[in-house]
Design a protein around this ligand. Structure first.
Ligand code: NDP
Ligand code: 2IT
Length: 450
């Protein structure tokens, strides 16, 4: 990188940090993009002249609102919720809702910013957004979650619509929450529209949406491996998380012949050297989705496994790592452990689970590193397919959706290779950032100064 490029990055980032103080996650997501995009923008004057980077890092709008609800004991509770509508240049805003106590404006801005690139990479007409609340669903009854969702939708309904903004799930928002949200939208608006995705199969949901992010991540990683004449077959895989993305990534990787040796949650990780097969995965899905229990119970049930409290699984020697829990769960020490133990591929199922120093360490050691905006795009891609099916008023078979998902993930991989390959190594971060950027930037230039 030339001194001139480095100076441009530094200047851009100082301005961004000044304009968005105390938004650490947002700074991190932008820094990762700017490091790879700046040289490309400096070579293509039209993007620089149109100030595309300055415009793309400023959300179209942020809606913040209070959500009041009553708990089971009759106490009044107050939470804060947001919808960050980042960019709708190439289609209606699209992106998940997250319910977790760690949710802040910074977290949602980083997620909304990444969503713009991710949605563009899918090739489908979707803009980028993200929303959520600092509400903690853990330990809440179904009735409490229902009352919270209904209260949140009283405000959110004004800002969404099938041609405006289409939210979906994310951490803490699964089929239960989407059903409550959709039910209250339908009741208040008295209209049945595909205004959320991830819906139940009985009321407009798409087959394959539940599995899409985890399966898509493994399809993407399989493409990365195929590109170096390798595959999942016979590989050892570490997965973090034990929610929607983690369990379906484990299911597909197992189906492709790999041995899954870890899963985790916010209290620690389990290591099962015998591998997590279909029967054990069924136990995990029931444990986390239905009983809403802790992953430590896995080690109580299966004697082949050990549970380590307050730790992440990156010390276990594996060929492939699929971080599928949350942001910033792979730091430099974790990356060093993984590299020293011979990891070949890291593909992010979560959004920004790897921090910048860890990402640089993987790349410096020629580990193939798939950033979330490429490797976890399968979830939002099948959300896009759900929108298409709703608009057509029909439903495609599981096979048809899965075929389309596989094709989309292959094409995203091709874009990353096209924009990121040099000297026999694919820089997937560069490839995904440039590949996602071009379509949005061209649309913005075509619109003029808006
Ligand atoms: P779930 O709520 O289903 O599962 C989240 C998992 O991550 C749980 O095991 C949870 O553990 C763990 N986790 C959450 N927060 C933390 C934390 N702060 N520290 C440690 N562990 C944590 O969410 P998803 O599986 O849907 O989402 C996982 C990741 O994938 C997120 O980064 C999300 O943005 C991303 N993603 C999701 C998509 C989707 O379609 N759902 C699409 C694309 C990306 P615990 O049970 O203890 O909270
Ligand atoms: O981060 C993501 O891509 C998601 N949570 C899925 C968004 C969606 O609209 O399906």
């Amino acid at each position: 990188m030339t001194d001139q490029t480095q100076h441009a990055i530094h200047k851009f980032m100082s301005g961004l940090v000044k304009r968005n103080p105390d938004e650490r996650e947002f700074h991190q997501a932008v820094q990762e993009v700017v490091e790879t995009l700046m040289p490309f923008i400096m070579e293509n004057k039209k993007y620089k002249d149109a100030c595309i980077l300055e415009r793309m890092t400023e959300p179209d709008r942020i809606i913040t609102f209070r959500v009041c609800w009553e708990d089971d004991r009759g106490n009044i509770r107050v939470n804060r919720a947001w919808r960050v509508q980042f960019n709708n240049s190439i289609g209606p805003y699209k992106g998940g809702l997250r319910f977790h106590p760690s949710v802040t404006q910074s977290v949602l801005k980083f997620l909304g910013f990444e969503q713009v690139f991710k949605n563009s990479l899918t090739g489908l007409p979707m803009g980028g957004a993200k929303g959520g609340s600092n509400f903690n669903p853990k330990g809440k009854s179904d009735s409490e979650v229902m009352r919270f969702c209904q209260s949140l939708m009283v405000e959110l309904r004004r800002h969404i619509g099938e041609h405006v903004d289409v939210p979906a799930g994310d951490i803490g928002v699964g089929s239960r929450e989407i059903s409550y949200l959709f039910g209250s939208y339908k009741r208040m608006e008295n209209r049945y529209a595909g205004v959320l995705t991830g819906k139940g199969l009985q009321f407009g949901g798409s087959l394959g949406r539940t599995e899409a992010t985890g399966y898509g991540c493994v399809y993407f990683a399989e493409n990365m491996l195929n590109h170096i004449n390798d595959s999942f077959s016979g590989k050892k895989v570490a997965i973090s998380g034990s929610g929607n993305v983690a369990t379906y990534a484990a299911e597909k990787a197992h189906e492709l012949g790999a041995t899954i040796v870890t899963l985790s949650d916010s209290s620690g990780f389990i290591h099962d050297p015998d591998g997590i097969d279909e029967e054990k995965l069924a136990f995990v899905k029931d444990l986390k989705e239905v009983r809403r229990g802790r992953i430590s119970e896995y080690a109580d049930k299966y004697s082949s496994a050990t549970f380590t409290a307050d730790a992440r699984p990156w010390s276990v020697p594996v060929d492939i790592a699929l971080p599928c829990a949350t942001q910033n769960e792979i730091h430099i020490d974790d990356a060093r452990n993984l590299v020293d133990n011979g990891v070949k591929v890291v593909a992010e199922g979560a959004n920004m689970p790897t921090d910048l120093a860890a990402t640089h360490h993987f790349q410096a050691n020629k580990v193939l590193f798939g950033p979330g905006k490429a490797s976890n795009a399968g979830g939002v891609a099948v959300s896009g397919l759900e929108q298409s099916q709703n608009a057509l008023r029909l439903s495609w078979s599981h096979e048809e959706v899965d075929q389309r998902l596989q094709i989309i993930m292959r094409k995203i991989h091709e874009k990353c290779v096209y924009h990121g390959e040099a000297d026999n190594y694919v820089d997937y971060v560069k490839g995904a950032n440039i590949g996602g950027f071009i379509k949005v930037a061209e649309a913005m230039i075509a619109y003029g100064v808006v």
